[in-house]
Design a protein around this ligand. Sequence first.
Ligand SMILES: Nc1nc2c(c(=O)[nH]1)N[C@H]1C(S)=C(S)[C@@H](COP(=O)(O)O)O[C@H]1N2
Ligand SMILES: [Mo]
Length: 158
Amino acid sequence: MQKIYIILLILIMVLTGCTQEKPSLNIVIDGKAEPVDVDTEIIYNHKDALVFPAVVRSSGSKPVETEYKGIELTKLFESLNIDITNYSKVTFNASDGYRIILSAEEIAEPSNVYLTFERDGEILKSKKEGGNGPFQLVIRRDPFSQRWIKHVNEIILQ
Ligand SMILES: Nc1nc2c(c(=O)[nH]1)N[C@H]1C(S)=C(S)[C@@H](COP(=O)(O)O)O[C@H]1N2
Ligand SMILES: [Mo]
């Protein structure tokens, strides 16, 4: 009898949470051997996270007015005790192989570069689930969204 319960429990675990990929974000710092594995709760629960309007341009559809929720990258770095002024360029890698590079100056521009995790009140879905998440970089002063890198999972500071 107990065996059945154990098998059932394992089955439930496999079918639910355990198969769901946990969002992950690594920050690689030039000169440091170990990347910083950012606890994603820091991002989701950040006191400086805010909602802002954005126009999304996706290929094959009309521009859509939406609201993104995210944390300004400089604020995230601050809370991780990373001083962006020590670096000149920042590389963002996505799980699909897409990559963009921003200068530290562009990131330091106030209210410009955000790491977002929610759109129109809904947590960003992963690529596997058909979304732009779990994290998407949004550059508010960049009206063309080529550099709005979806599925960001690694940030490299150099
Ligand atoms: N990870 C990732 N982010 C990406 C892309 C991509 O292929 N992969 N394409 C970029 C481009 S060229 C545009 S125009 C916008 C919108 O892409 P979409 O048309 O596929 O929605 O996302 C940008 N961010
Ligand atoms: Mo594009």
